[in-house]
Design a protein around this ligand. Structure first.
Ligand code: SAM
Ligand code: SF4
Length: 326
């Protein structure tokens, strides 16, 4: 069975947020006035497994766990191990703080690739972005993952006035380390003070890299959100995720479940379907999943168009990033 929307896009990739709680306070993600969801509103680990199983019946072959910070959840190990029994590729996005505690769980679960977020290589700047003094720890954990044979992608939110001068430092890391850097255009969410003027664009990132390195374009797959490159003679790669200036909605295969069990068919969708309440009421959730997908817009949740520059983050109808699950 396949989940196909009205634009003929087949959906086989589900991102599940385990919690909206996080041990970091990234300025682009976590609103200052954040309050967390009460735990009885969150999907339990049994509910996550049961609901994920229904998506797998509908054709999902890849699940990414995210949050908030997925690894702060006390039963994250149980969730990872139980989902690993499904016939899917399982992966995870994390801020890296706790990954050393989970290396064995990742191995047992057959996880091969992880995304770790790191926006700067400067410890002071790391503090000003995340409000936590943990640069060295996160960096050590990235190296630990590499030493343990994981494929490590590093997510870097590219922001003017913040880390725009570090783009080539990140690319330089890929000379000797098998790291896969992904520059992400800064996206608007409620409470994140986004302004069009702070978006470091795909074009600007590429111009900077080309001024210092000779680069090769790598082949992108149809569902890739990232445009991939490598610098000549470098072991790692880099990529740019151009959500804002060159959206990749045409090949979208993603669906999301928030930690409180609401389905979103797009990161920017303003509407949600309450899968968890339906599941708790004993209702069949398959028709709800299908009808949610049929309401998917062609591009960016139907919320903003080419004039991104004049968008106001607080006028969008959406949750904050930390409550959606990135
Ligand atoms: N806590 C984990 C982490 O930081 O990787 C997982 C959740 S986080 C919401 C997932 C990804 O979304 C991170 O790579 C983060 O950098 C990215 N992100 C958060 N807010 C963003 C924004 N406003 N624009 C672009 N990317 C954003
Ligand atoms: Fe936490 Fe990740 Fe958001 Fe930073 S980006 S506040 S680490 S959820």
């Amino acid at each position: 069975m396949m989940l196909t929307d009205t634009f003929g896009r087949e959906h086989n990739y589900l991102r599940i947020s385990l919690t909206d709680v996080c041990n970091f306070r990234c300025l682009y993600c976590m609103p200052e006035d954040v309050s967390f969801m009460p735990s009885n509103q969150l999907m339990s680990h049994e509910e996550i497994k049961a609901i994920a199983t229904e998506y797998v019946k509908l054709g999902v072959t890849k699940i990414r766990l995210t949050g908030g910070e997925p690894l702060v959840r006390k039963d994250a190990d149980k969730i990872i191990l139980s989902l690993s029994k499904l016939p899917i590729e399982l992966t995870l996005t994390s801020n890296g703080f706790l990954v050393d505690k989970y290396i064995e769980v990742f191995k047992q679960a057959g996880i091969r690739s992880l995304n770790i977020s790191l926006d700067t290589l400067d410890a002071n700047k790391f503090f000003s972005i995340t409000k936590r003094d943990n640069f060295q720890l996160v960096w050590n954990h990235i190296k630990l993952l590499i030493e343990n044979g994981f494929h490590v992608k590093v997510n870097v939110v590219a922001m003017k006035g913040i880390n725009e001068n570090e783009i080539n430092d990140f690319v330089a890391l890929t000379k000797d380390l098998p790291l896969h850097i992904r520059f992400i255009e800064f996206m608007p969410f409620n409470g994140n003070h986004w302004q069009g003027a702070n978006v470091l664009t795909y074009k600007e990132i590429l111009e900077q890299v080309e001024s210092k390195f000779s680069i090769l374009k790598l082949k992108d797959e149809v569902h890739d959100t990232a445009k991939k490159f490598t610098a000549y003679n470098h072991v790692g790669t880099f990529a740019i995720i151009s959500t804002i200036t060159e959206p990749f909605c045409a090949g979208c295969n993603r669906m999301r479940l928030t930690a409180d069990g609401k389905m979103k068919n797009c990161l920017f969708s303003s509407s949600e379907s309450d899968i968890l309440s339906a599941y708790r009421n004993g209702d069949d959730i398959l028709p709800i999943i299908k009808s949610n997908l049929l309401s998917k817009f062609k591009e960016r949740g139907g919320q903003f168009d080419e004039a991104y520059f004049s968008m106001k983050a607080d006028e969008m109808q959406n949750r904050s990033m930390v409550k959606i699950g990135g």
